[in-house]
Design a protein around this ligand. Sequence first.
Ligand SMILES: NC(=O)c1ccc[n+]([C@@H]2O[C@H](COP(=O)([O-])OP(=O)(O)OC[C@H]3O[C@@H](n4cnc5c(N)ncnc54)[C@H](OP(=O)(O)O)[C@@H]3O)[C@@H](O)[C@H]2O)c1
Length: 470
Amino acid sequence: MATQDIGVVGMAVMGSNLALNMADHGFKVSVYNYTPDLTEKFVKERPHENITGYYDLKEFVSSLKRPRKIMFMIMAGKPVDSMIDQLIPILEAGDIIIDGGNSYFGDTRRRYDYCKDHGLHFYGMGISGGETGARRGPSIMPGGNAATYAEIQPIYEAIAAKAGDGKPCCTYIGSDGAGHYVKMVHNGIEYADMQLIAETYLLLKYTGGYTNAEISQIFHAWNQGELRSYLIGIAADIFAEDDPAGGQVLDKIADAAGQKGTGRWTSIEAMRQGVDISLITAACNARVSSNAAGRKKAQAVITAPAGQALHNPEFVEAVRQSLYLGKIVAYAQGFSLYRSASDTYDWHLDYGKIASIFRAGCIIQAEFLNKITEAYEADPALENLIFAPFFLEKINANQASLRRIISLAVQVGTPIPAFSNALAYLDAYRSECVGANLIQALRDYFGAHTFKRVDEDGTFHHNWHEHYEK
Ligand SMILES: NC(=O)c1ccc[n+]([C@@H]2O[C@H](COP(=O)([O-])OP(=O)(O)OC[C@H]3O[C@@H](n4cnc5c(N)ncnc54)[C@H](OP(=O)(O)O)[C@@H]3O)[C@@H](O)[C@H]2O)c1
């Protein structure tokens, strides 16, 4: 009998915790995994009165009320296409497939059309918050057919994290791949946010001479103010964590960062869109270069500049202001990419709402996000977040600190590519001349690519060779 509200496919970390979250909110959940072991383990070890395990896909599908809602929490890529193809013959017109994995938005656009051709609705749903978020309330970014959103809305709004004002961190994002796109760029911002925090640690430790325990206290203090965020909070805990084997855990962790590639997707997509997200790209590159084969060798052969530690409160405050400014630039770049994508893919993204669903549940949740929502509510057509009065004031107030800490880091050889890119982005934006006139002249010289003039309308070519041959 079809009694179940939703089916979840994929009983690994995310799927099992989301199923429990749904069940806690009173929804009847059917669960299925393509190999039976995970389902068996889950229903045995974490039984719930609202959850029923299935080992046969047809029986799983038959258990669901119509229109059927089936959510995938499985590995992105081919497994998603394979599950869709297994379901198509046993689903009926109007049924809804929801892919909650970290799928590439281009794949989601293709699958949306593919399912539509088979009479099915397909949602690409960005989910952020990891295991705890899935269990207690994640940030949810659904993209798909607007007309059927009402069918899935009650479930996802119920299980989503709730922001300080009680509102669910779940909102309809846009058609086809919009939800996965917003999640992808969210991850790009997350890369930038984490890199800025990592560079802050380097500055305090190697330029400032602070111990891990002191840095923990500094981060705890910062987490009471405008920098309050999940990542600053957990970083404060990490700096204080002792290793049972002696010393501190952080100092025992190999200095080589991993990645699953969503930051890289964001950078590649920004290149395609022609949007400058240099800070986010710098964060991706920093993870790559942390794994560079020649690091040990370079350490031995490239001499380090001598420098003196700057152990004083003014330095710490300059770092704090720089971190805040870096965050502004990271979000300004991410939201510029949203703006461009919204036009390219005709998604009509609501930037204020996007910022509002990042306020809780997700990894980048921060006090700061309220200010982004307010900025877009005040001016939905905002060209760039840096022009919002609140952020502009911060940029102008904090830029001297950013310049100062970059100079200090450069002198003592502390690598801070994210901070440096934040400043380069702002300087390129505000400078009267960025040298593009010379680029155009060079292009016109060697390739007759033409140029525009500042004193006349039209397109021009100059006879450079004649001048050169003189
Ligand atoms: N972990 C996080 O913090 C997080 C946060 C947000 C989003 N996500 C995304 O959520 C999804 C699930 O993540 P996860 O960490 O729970 O699990 P995962 O390790 O990414 O994926 C494992 C799941 O995929 C299933 N699977 C593998 N190949 C399959 C196939 N050919 N057909 C059907 N199912 C297949 C596995 O089943 P078997 O075990 O039987 O092979 C298992 O249920 C992923 O797309 C992930 O990127 C993860």
